[in-house]
Design a protein around this ligand. Sequence first.
Ligand code: PMP
Length: 421
Amino acid sequence: MNLVERDLQSIWHPYTQMKTAQPPIPIVSGKGACLYAEDGKKYIDAISSWWVNIHGHAHPYIAEMIAKQLLQLEHVIFAGFTHSGAVELAERVLAILPSNQKKAFYSDNGSTAVEVAIKMCLQYWYNRGEERTKIIAFKNAYHGDTFGAMSVSGRSAFTAAYDTLLFEVEFIGLPGPENIDALKSQISNLRSQVSSFIFEPLVQGSAGMVMYEAKYLDELMAHCRKEGIMLIADEVFTGFGRTGKPFACDHVQTQPDIMCFSKGLTGGTMAFGLTTCTQQIYDAFLSDDKMKTLFHGHSYTANPVACAAALASLDLFLEPSTQQNINRIVNKHAAFAEKVRGHKSLKTTRQTGTILALEWQTGDNTSYFSGLRDKLYNYFLNAGIILRPLGNIIYILPPYCITDNELDYIYATIAQALDEI
Ligand code: PMP
């Protein structure tokens, strides 16, 4: 049996319809923005492998730091013990976050970073003896696949089988000039019961790269702050440069109380989660009363190898050449969007930083499951580009090291697809 046949016998892939899905493509190596298949074919990873990769595949510097760490200390229980990687990473990340972020809590991935954030907020009010258990979230939000994260995500085909088991959330629309006042009154009416407001700042990735203005997010955040509602910025996707600035919250004035990170945190090399919070939240847990403890911890919390990967990724992220690359991608995306704007096959284009989304004209079927999605996916795969549409929406969010030639090839292939599909 070849690798694909063995895969089909033994593996259950995520987000894959088992009967109708195409067989997976075996990948053997990666370099820069490219992945190489078993049959020798090269693919440009235009979506950074589910949005995680920021410095390119198999980066030698990150690999070297991981190897070094593995030979020194692979893991240690993170209750009652610590290690230099965890401390250094906390200090260095907190130093570049909004200035009110004072404590770092490690976990395993984006969903767990969100679970921790939700538990911190709910227990913050519990520890203070106030019954504020409601959470506000955006209608089409996506915050992860675990039950808490699913609960604060929009109800959709992804959650349908569990909807009756998810906890109740107050869903609101995205803020804009037409509804900002109505949203503020809605929040004020609920305020005494609300613990927190969780949001994907500026870009809702899984909803279809839906973008909204920083100005209205800021107004909504400031209003929640006034009402004593904790602000949870889920930067699992937007963190580490995606929006053009280091963090999406750098585009607003109001500082969140809690921030969630994963994906780009390790440059896309290892599963890792980080939740940061203010001193005020931390202090609500600081007590002689054992019941005030945050009872949450994963076996691999603050794994030293993941910390080493994150520190190495941070070194690269803070190099001036990385910001130059981000600016280069932002400008090239904008020029391409301008070029195809008004094309008859396009409904809209939208861009925030290094994220460019193009919405295909479809007539009626815009769903995640639309046939157009598979057609587009295969068209780009055949051309050696990994672009994984969300329904009729294709998006490019490449590793920052992608070359101009690679970007130009992606744009040219999209332009051709617009004429042909
Ligand atoms: N929050 C956001 C905004 C995300 O985009 C994602 C993943 N796409 C998650 C949380 C969940 O992260 P993970 O897949 O690492 O659990």
